[in-house]
Write a protein that binds this ligand. Structure first.
Ligand code: ARG
Length: 264
């Protein structure tokens, strides 16, 4: 009888202790991820009136990392510092409407795509008889783009065009209002956002065609972080499949200027 009692007690103590172990090991979390984002790209990422990071990509990355089981911290880093800072381990992930490009893949890894976008062109209304990029090139127009972006690479294909580069996309738009350039190329979502938001711009500029390229945005990681990439891809796949990304697309009114891809 006593033996049995002892056995029971020892067993239950062990059992409870083991439960504890189980919980303990669950609590060992992955380390905190530092996420860099360029907050000058409304509606994808920007500082809201409370000076907090906000936008489609801010919402999205929070979902993806939380769903992957990570703690995180968001840092606002300008466009020019994103890739260098990732490689030198100042932060672990970058999300900033970054197009997945083969050349970029030499230095960095990309998640599966979370959005399809492309570049769009706005031209000043007082520039007449111009309906396409070829005509802008023929007239040696001055066209603005953010430096080292797909818009900038796109313009390099048109020999006659004089390219004026800017550190921030918004500066190209301001410069157009001052007639510092004849046209501006940017990611279609941002171009459309500025166009609709800024009355002066919509009065004085017009779209040259629609989306001119087909690009996919990905989250950027270090090439060596294979395990992290696996977890981010798995979480992103889930977030895409369960409709969360589409909901955010609706919330931020991305409209026809960007589409949500469906992973296999
Ligand atoms: N999609 C373009 C690219 O990858 C532009 C990205 C610019 N993003 C930004 N946050 N400023 O080149």
């Amino acid at each position: 009888m006593l033996k049995r009692y002892l056995f029971k007690t020892i067993f239950s103590v062990f059992f409870v202790w083991c439960l504890g172990c189980g919980q303990g090991s669950h609590e060992v979390k992955d380390p905190r991820l530092m996420i860099a984002i360029d907050a000058t790209f409304a509606p994808m990422s920007f500082l809201n009136e409370q000076r907090e990071l906000d936008g489609f990509e801010v919402d999205l990355i929070k979902e993806v990392v939380k769903n992957a089981g990570f703690d995180y911290e968001l840092v606002n880093v300008e466009w020019g510092g994103l890739f260098g800072g990732l490689i030198t381990e100042k932060f672990d992930l970058v999300i900033s409407s970054i197009t997945i490009l083969e050349e970029r893949k030499n230095r960095m890894a990309f998640s599966i795509p979370y959005l399809q976008s492309g570049v769009a062109v706005l031209v000043r209304k007082d520039i007449e008889n111009v309906d396409n990029l070829e005509q802008l090139a023929e007239t040696n127009a001055m066209v603005g783009a953010q430096i080292n972006t797909t818009s900038y690479y796109f313009l390099q294909k048109y020999a006659g065009i004089k390219i004026k580069t800017y550190e921030k996309f918004g500066h190209a738009i301001i410069d157009m209002a001052n007639k510092g350039n004849d046209a501006v190329v940017g990611d279609s979502v941002q171009v459309n956002y500025y166009f609709n938001k800024n009355k002066e711009l919509s009065q004085n500029a017009r779209f040259l065609g629609s989306r001119m390229t087909s690009e996919s945005y990905g989250i950027v990681l270090r090439k060596s972080d294979l395990e992290l990439k696996r977890k981010i891809d798995a979480s992103l796949t889930e977030t895409l499949k369960n409709g969360t990304v589409q909901k955010l697309h609706d919330k931020w009114n991305l409209g026809e200027f960007a589409a949500v891809p469906m992973p296999e």
